[in-house]
Design a protein around this ligand. Sequence first.
Ligand code: COA
Length: 406
Amino acid sequence: MRYAHIIGWGKYVPERVLTNADLEKMVNTSDEWIRTRTGIRERRIAANPEDTTATMAVRAARKALNMAGVQPGQLDLIIVATSSPEHIFPATACLVQNALGASKAGAFDLSAACSGFVYALAMAHAVIASGQAEYVLVIGSETLSRITDWKDRNTCVLFGDGAGALLLRASDQPGGILSTVLGSDGSGGDLLIVPAGGSRLPTSPETVAQGMHYIKMDGREVFRFATRVMAKATQEVVAKAGLKLQDVNLVIPHQANERIIHSSMSALKMTPEKVFINLDRYGNTSAASIPIALCEAIETGRVRPNDNLVFVGFGAGLTWAAAAVKWGVPPPAKPLSWWRRLQIALQGPWASLRSWMLRLGRRLYALIPGYAGESLYLPISRTRESPPAAPARSAPSEETQPGGEG
Ligand code: COA
């Protein structure tokens, strides 16, 4: 049996704090309304253009790697869960791979909105358990402030920016991730959506004028859905791990709304000391919320070796996900040696140099007389084939319409 243990963790949040009082000056809202309906007091916003989904992910990832004493070159896979990627493509995970200098890692983004981090953890567990990877870096990173309509009080009071990362290692010691549960219900796709900017509704002057590239949400429906699935997914994942609800030491829920958390956890008779909440200071950071909360739970002594933890989230899609984890690692006690500190300090510059050399190599290669691009990589017969005919255009089918009945 191979197990996936969490051996490193790290978080990064932007410096700029946006309080409820600040929001009162921007939209028709009040600190009292936001606090009583959501529990949020303030959130972090990536006001500095240097803070992007990838750069924040890299900062959180470096902390996780350094804590575990693992070099980026040892990573087999990097998964970035995000709904605010840097581009449609390339994947943000590839930008993170390059910035870390993770020379032998595969990298991909995972899109499951606020459930994304737990989905990514389930994928990391699967590749480790099946023997395909030794070290996997799982990151949740979001700059939702850049797709938020700052004139829409229904949504702009809820979200925040930040990143959290966990490093997983294969082990034959029982523990680590015990079970996972994933769920989806695409019939509710229209309840929480960024309508434009994808292939269905490409960005155009009209979509921008109508603010269709911003988050749109039916808050009440999402609320109803969330309270239902949080409790159900927690019950399922605990049973799947062979545990009882009483065996759970701490639940780290997706940090969307204090009322959703209290309502779903009280349905399970989970007392408040068994539930970790930090959304008052960060708001809903989507895929980053659970790893950021886990980091804070560890920092504040709420997580101890041998604790049974549950991570549970829900989000757009609609999606939900839960993971049960047997915590095994005490925080590192001894200070790092000077040699290790030097290695860590050189990691960033080395990754930049490596990236620069790879780019330069590609440019020089292209200057070689007779260089014919992909014909160097493809068999001659393939390069001589005529391109395939363009597929006939058809109207989008009902089945793929968000909220469609099909
Ligand atoms: N300030 C003041 N009033 C606001 C407001 C704000 N920031 N946002 C919305 N309102 C108004 C609405 O316009 C609505 O007014 P109306 O009744 O005149 O139409 C009213 O408040 C809605 O109030 P209420 O029904 O009491 O709100 P609620 O209890 O449903 O709370 C949410 C609203 C959005 C906080 C809640 O539905 C929620 O958290 N839903 C889940 C959202 C979520 O977690 N999304 C992310 C999923 S990952």
